[in-house]
Design a protein around this ligand. Structure first.
Ligand code: ADP
Ligand code: MG
Length: 485
């Protein structure tokens, strides 16, 4: 029997406001525990929340980016539950009247096809604090850090429109790309700025009725998300094929230990006893406010991809990669606009640079090689001063802080020989010194001769200590050998 997978995502996005959603406390990451939670964040008696206008504007910007209906009147409600990281006993959130209504997000898949994922809604809410579990078996303790309490979030809820891990990851990445391009979230997943809850169910292939789903909460990396989905799909199929039934539950997946487990049975909305928050007025959004935000909306990933293909003559694929990450797009444009070859700038940004940043776990904003330095390197590749191989060496030098491409080329004597007189002489010398190879070349079938060129190239490059311009050598060599035939 074969099975269809059905996936819906709930995504928590921390909004990049300076202060909390209902107080003036800082949202900066990494402060000493419990130094940034104020009396309002903890809902101490006698305090009253005041809504952060920037958080509302950011939520509306997201709505505009996905072509959603913007709620002209939205309202906050209290979702009641106790957990150590929520000592106030309720989370202020939206339920009946979210700020962002139905919308659409288009995803691109590896085979080049696209798919639409419907957004059910997105609502504004406050984040809770964080439980920290420290120590080892002999002295284990848990602490609560409330700094995050009251940080503004939007929770984006998709329809169950995805059918495998690839689609879910493509959707998650697209949301990451949209919110970072809008500048409404810093996108730092390792700091918890985006967290994904993955709802998964399976059903017999081709049938319409959705199966019972589980929800795996709080995944904060695309890789862990992919692992969690694949394992959960397998687990559900095993349970059903063994004659069991899926229990609707909330699960956890630990990406470090690769252990998935059940956390609690799923609660229903009415368990939380939602009621309208008596401390906050409804949020009225005017047409002027929406129009103003729409006018100032930054460039979105899809538009940027289209512009990159046009303006820089890039393939759809390259433009897609470069424009999916706002910081990478900015870096690429800075490099491309200061060098003569945008295509090379794209290759180096996507290839060498990204690989190196990945392996050192660095983000492009912290790249040791600046866009200007990369442009300097590309200029020397494009004008044939250095070969591709030398370029890698120069890149390493820039990475290590040895200066600009020109400084490193000078200091290491890496200049490529492109003087045609000197190259002619080199080729002639190597041919004269290798008469047997030359005879062999002449006596070989025409069809197989091409293969023999590599041997000569190797000799010439060696004789020039790698500094001969390979394209030019190739031409001269072919010409000279032809003359001997
Ligand atoms: P609840 O209010 O109980 O959390 P929702 O209807 O709001 O449930 O759905 C929450 C998420 O679960 C949404 O992203 C939705 O797309 C997804 N979802 C709902 N039903 C299924 C299902 N059968 N399989 C997979 N995902 C589902
Ligand atoms: Mg829900």
């Amino acid at each position: 029997m074969s099975w269809d997978t059905v996936i819906g995502l709930e995504i928590h996005v921390q909004l990049a406001t300076k202060t909390k959603i209902f107080s003036g406390a800082s949202t900066a990451y990494g402060a000493e525990p419990n130094t940034q939670a104020c009396a309002i964040d903890l809902a101490m008696p006698g305090t009253l929340p005041v809504l952060n206008k920037q958080a509302v504007n950011y939520a509306i910007m997201f709505g505009l980016a996905i072509d959603a209906e913007i709620g002209q009147v939205s309202a906050f409600e209290r979702k009641n539950y106790f957990y150590p990281d929520l000592p106030k006993g309720y989370q202020t959130t939206q339920l009946e009247k979210p700020i962002v209504g139905r919308g659409n997000v288009e995803i691109q898949l590896a085979d080049g096809s696209t798919k639409n994922v419907r957004i059910h809604h997105a609502h504004l809410e406050e984040d809770a604090g964080k439980s920290l579990h420290e120590g080892n078996f002999s002295s284990k303790f848990s602490g609560i850090d409330l700094n995050r309490a009251g940080t503004p979030l939007i929770e984006i809820v998709s329809e169950p429109d995805m059918n495998n891990a690839e689609e879910a990851i493509a959707f998650a990445k697209k949301i990451h790309s949209i919110v970072t391009s809008l500048g409404i979230c810093d996108g730092e997943m390792s700091q918890g700025s985006m967290r994904f809850d993955v709802n998964v169910s399976v059903k017999p292939s081709g049938t319409d009725i959705l199966g019972t789903r589980t929800e795996t909460k709080n995944l904060n990396s695309f890789k862990f998300m992919e692992e969690a989905i694949k394992r959960e799909v397998e687990r559900q199929i095993d349970v059903i094929e063994d004659g069991g039934a899926i229990v609707q539950e909330t699960r956890l997946y630990n990406g470090e230990t690769k252990v998935a487990r059940s956390m609690r049975s799923k609660e229903e909305a009415n368990d939380y006893r939602y009621f309208p928050c008596p401390d906050l007025l409804p949020v009225i959004v005017s047409d002027e406010q929406v129009a103003e935000l729409r006018r100032n909306l930054p460039e979105l990933p899809d538009a940027r991809q289209a512009r990159f293909t046009q303006q820089y003559n890039l393939s759809d694929y390259d433009a897609g990669i470069l424009s999916s990450d706002a910081a990478m797009a900015k870096y690429f444009e800075a490099a491309a606009s200061t060098c003569s070859d945008a295509k090379l700038a794209a290759n180096w940004t996507i290839g060498e640079l990204s690989a190196r940043l990945n392996s050192e776990d660095l983000s492009i904003t912290n790249s040791p090689v600046s866009a200007q330095q990369l442009a300097g390197l590309i200029t020397r590749i494009a004008d044939n001063s250095i070969s591709g191989k030398m370029a890698k060496e120069v890149f390493e030098g820039i990475w290590a802080g040895e200066g600009s491409a020109d400084e490193i080329i000078e200091a290491r004597g890496l200049k490529q020989v492109s003087d045609s007189g000197a190259l002619e002489q080199m080729v002639a010398d190597v041919l004269a010194a290798n008469q047997t190879m030359v005879d062999d070349y002449i006596n070989t079938d025409e069809a197989k001769r091409k293969k023999k060129l590599g041997g000569f190239m190797g000799q010439i490059m060696k004789a020039s200590k790698g500094q001969a311009n390979p394209q030019q050598v190739n031409q001269i060599l072919a010409k000279k050998l032809n003359e001997l035939l």
